[in-house]
Design a binder for this molecule. Structure first.
Ligand code: FEO
Length: 169
């Protein structure tokens, strides 16, 4: 049996994941506007990953016979000062999401909800990867600073990212 409190908390998490998708496509738009198409591609893949996360929670609720209640999505930030600031904001956001997943796990432990604990373990591991992959880009951007050639090199590398749901299972 999944508790009403747990169902409400997972519904909140769906909103956070959809907001993440929304925020990343907003960052994608800003980066594309700066002609940083590789970085924009990276954000596109990131947004697709967030949609996948949201639907994983969505499908879990349905599987448990619980109601999905979608909520309003907050407006994402639309203006950024630099590519570095974009990725720093993403890193802060991923840390916020990790905290939120940890709180879900705390609740599942408190409620002795073993099925939800098992389900959430995937997200605990995923967040380690999520933070590491954004942190890597932040560090690369810090290293090149204002160097245009360096930025171009990073942009070219980030153009390679592809989201493949088959790798997420
Ligand atoms: Fe769904 Fe990037 O956390």
């Amino acid at each position: 049996m999944i508790s009403d409190k747990m169902i409400a908390a997972i519904n909140e998490q769906i909103n956070k994941e959809i907001f993440s998708e929304y925020m990343y496509i907003s960052m994608q738009a800003w980066l594309a506007d700066q002609n940083l198409d590789g970085m924009a591609n990276w954000m596109d893949a990131q947004a697709q990953e967030e949609h996948f996360h949201a639907m994983k929670f969505f499908n879990y609720l349905i599987e448990r016979g619980a109601k999905v209640k979608l909520q309003a999505i907050a407006a994402p930030p639309v203006e950024f000062k630099s590519a570095l600031k974009v990725f720093q904001e993403s890193l802060d956001h991923e840390k916020f999401v990790s905290k939120s997943i940890n709180e879900l796990m705390d609740l599942a432990i408190e409620e002795k909800d073993h099925a939800t604990k098992s389900f959430l373990q995937w997200f605990i591991d995923e967040q380690v990867e999520e933070e590491a992959s954004v942190d890597r880009v932040v560090n690369m951007l810090k290293m090149v600073g204002e160097n245009g050639h360096g930025l171009m090199m990073i942009d070219r590398e980030l153009a390679q990212r592809v989201f493949d749901p088959a790798n997420e299972a």
